[in-house]
Design a protein around this ligand. Structure first.
Ligand SMILES: Cc1cc2nc3c(=O)[nH]c(=O)nc-3n(C[C@H](O)[C@H](O)[C@H](O)COP(=O)(O)OP(=O)(O)OC[C@H]3O[C@@H](n4cnc5c(N)ncnc54)[C@H](O)[C@@H]3O)c2cc1C
Length: 387
């Protein structure tokens, strides 16, 4: 079939205009490269659901120290990244330096948090132990039974929806072409990724193709076997409540706890929104909000902050976190020449947007993998078939 070029070849074509694809496109265009982003709905994906916690410390799990370094590097860039984007577009991103309080509701939780505090201290992180009374002094709406907690002063928040809207505005202003379409197939010519075929049959050529399609990345038709591991969809259900004026500030910082083994968090925004999240379910690409999911979130959040049952519940939603086999992102060149990965950001994609954007833009502009990205290149998963 004859090739129907719909536009001149870009230097860089990004498949997927979620928060990661847009961040990469914006920073790459600033380096002077011509960039196209293909997505049926730019600025969509999981960021429309996400709580927007920027929490490298309170999201830290044992054994994830390299991810902690990446998360902290991104957290440090957040203030400048959002200030620059806001100045460029005139749009506020809802970035707030609030800190986070992680509390224990019983003595087992307290022991676990104490251990986590020791781990934080060994890593030199800014994490302070507080008694239950001190926790309630910071957040008077907390349940009277709170047994103690960790105050992490550098884990902040952003409004993911506003951040995405600012990037959708900022990308074209920086010269990025946004193509509203679905990629039907990756085109490979002479052993190299050379372009994409869109759902309407037209084709776009590019020198470099960035795969940023979240949990759909590994399923792209035309992608040779073994180039990317499966990116599993991890469903999260989440609630949005509204804090009426007379109740504000209901909470002043992100508050989280582990209740019956489940992580629960509350993120209060400056505009009066209170986000309660989130379930974690591995059951394919389904994004149905279930009665059980809403019930569990409200039940656990109520144990933490009993007064919230008075607040209007304004939204329930669910999205898919893109999880790689080791829960860390895939950043940089793949075994297929011309194809670059920016996916697998799992539960930290909003946090990791600035650092991913900077590292990928650096790689695309120079051909060198930056040192910070080196532990996260897809080669750690490449099978012999693709090598
Ligand atoms: C409930 C929940 C809470 C979360 N809370 C937080 C949080 O507090 N902090 C945090 O840092 N992270 C959080 N996350 C994680 C974060 O939202 C994700 O890691 C991040 O949004 C992933 O972005 P992405 O752009 O890589 O992928 P996605 O959001 O999945 O975007 C991929 C994009 O690719 C497009 N696409 C797919 N296939 C194609 C195709 N064939 N052609 C063209 N386009 C295609 C899609 O339309 C989509 O726009 C949360 C996630 C959930 C679900």
């Amino acid at each position: 079939m004859a090739r129907t070029e719909t536009a001149p070849a870009s230097e860089v074509l990004v498949i997927g205009g979620g928060i990661i694809g847009l961040g990469v496109a914006w920073r790459t265009a600033q380096r002077g490269l011509s960039v196209t982003v293909v997505d049926p709905a730019h600025g969509g994906g999981a960021v429309q659901v996400a709580a927007g916690m920027l929490a490298p410390v309170t999201e830290l799990q044992y054994g994830e120290e390299p991810l902690l370094r990446l998360g902290m590097a991104s957290n440090e860039r957040y203030s400048a990244f959002t200030a620059e984007l806001s100045a460029f577009t005139g749009l506020d991103t809802g970035y707030r330096q609030t800190g986070t309080l992680a509390v224990a509701l019983d003595s087992d939780d307290r022991e676990e948090l104490r251990e986590l505090h020791g781990f934080h201290q060994r890593l030199g992180l800014d994490s302070h132990w507080l008694t239950g009374r001190e926790c309630r002094k910071l957040e008077p709406m907390l349940a009277p039974g709170v047994r103690g907690g960790l105050h992490v002063t550098d884990d902040h928040q952003v409004d993911g929806r506003r951040l995405a809207a600012a990037l959708v505005e900022g990308c074209p202003r920086a010269g990025v072409r946004l193509v509203r379409a679905s990629v039907a197939e990756l085109l490979v010519t002479g052993g190299r990724a050379s372009g994409v075929r869109l759902a309407d049959g037209s084709e776009l050529a590019a020198d470099k193709i960035v795969l940023a399609a979240g949990p759909h990345s590994h399923r792209l038709p035309g992608l040779p076997e073994g180039v990317l591991p499966a990116i599993r969809p991890v469903k999260g259900q989440i609630l949005r409540l509204r804090i009426p004026e007379p109740y504000r500030p209901f909470l002043s910082r992100n508050v989280r706890a582990v209740v019956r083994g489940q992580h629960i968090y509350l993120v209060p925004r400056a505009n009066g929104e209170l986000v309660i999240g989130a379930t974690s379910e591995e059951q394919g690409y389904d994004t149905t909000v279930t009665a059980g999911g809403v019930y569990e979130l409200l039940r656990d959040a109520h144990e933490l902050v009993p007064g919230l049952t008075e607040l209007p519940l304004v939204e329930t939603s669910a999205g898919l976190r893109p999880g790689s086999p080791d829960n860390a992102p895939l950043l940089g060149p793949t075994a297929l020449p011309g194809l670059v990965a920016a996916t697998g950001h799992y539960r930290n994609g909003v946090l990791l947007t600035p650092v991913t954007a900077d590292l990928l833009a650096e790689y695309l502009a120079t051909g060198e993998v930056p040192a910070l990205a080196a532990p996260f290149t897809p080669s750690r998963f490449t099978t012999k078939a693709a090598a």
